[in-house]
Design a protein around this ligand. Structure first.
Ligand code: CA
Ligand code: CA
Ligand code: CA
Length: 191
């Protein structure tokens, strides 16, 4: 059950966007996301200029999500509204066809994960990303998920590059089959 499309989309809302954890999305989440992304990607740096850049990315994303998903126009986006919007705008589409602000978010997410800035998400960075969201008793669970995410080319490169991350993130939202190859992108899901 954990990897159904419904659960994957719910995961994105809950763990990537709803960072104040109140069960729905509004502008506050994206303001906080801007700050969090700025600090994480800057390894602690939070200069006004960089923060402004992240505010632009995240608030544009929120505007786009509102436009595509706030069907009842109440200024917030529920999980159900978000699912409908992903169905309309992402299902069956490739990364290049995704809404612009979502693509900017995906890129920024990759940069946050790629801690040593070498352009590849390696196993250690993947572990680091996973344990911030989930409780794990045995590292094997995370390592197996990472390894099954990789194709031969990824293995040669030592992990997931930006272009592969974009492709996998797109699949995570656009592929409705439960056995979607990208299902482990954010670690083993427990919802
Ligand atoms: Ca929220
Ligand atoms: Ca709404
Ligand atoms: Ca890296």
């Amino acid at each position: 059950m954990a990897y159904t499309w419904d659960n994957r989309v719910a995961f994105v809302v809950r763990y990537l966007y709803d960072i104040d954890n109140n069960g729905f999305l509004d502008a506050h989440d994206f303001q906080c996301l801007a700050l969090r992304s700025c600090v994480l990607e800057g390894k602690g740096d939070c200069s006004a200029e960089r923060l402004q850049k992240y505010e632009h990315i995240m608030l544009s994303l929120w505007e786009e999500i509102t436009r595509l998903a706030d069907f009842d126009k109440d200024g917030t986006v529920s999980v159900e509204e978000f699912k409908t919007a992903v169905k309309n705008s992402c299902v069956g589409k490739k990364y290049s066809e995704f809404p612009q602000a979502l693509k900017a978010f995906i890129e920024s997410n990759f940069k946050m994960t790629d801690i040593n800035n070498d352009g590849v998400m390696g196993i250690e960075e993947y572990r680091y990303d996973c344990v911030q969201r989930m409780v794990v008793e045995d590292i094997k669970v995370i390592d197996e998920a990472f390894n099954s995410l990789l194709n031969d080319d990824d293995r040669k490169k030592g992990g997931i590059t930006m272009s592969r991350y974009q492709e996998l993130f797109a699949q995570f939202l656009s592929d409705t089959s439960e056995n979607c190859p990208a299902k482990y992108l954010f670690g083993p899901l427990e919802l």
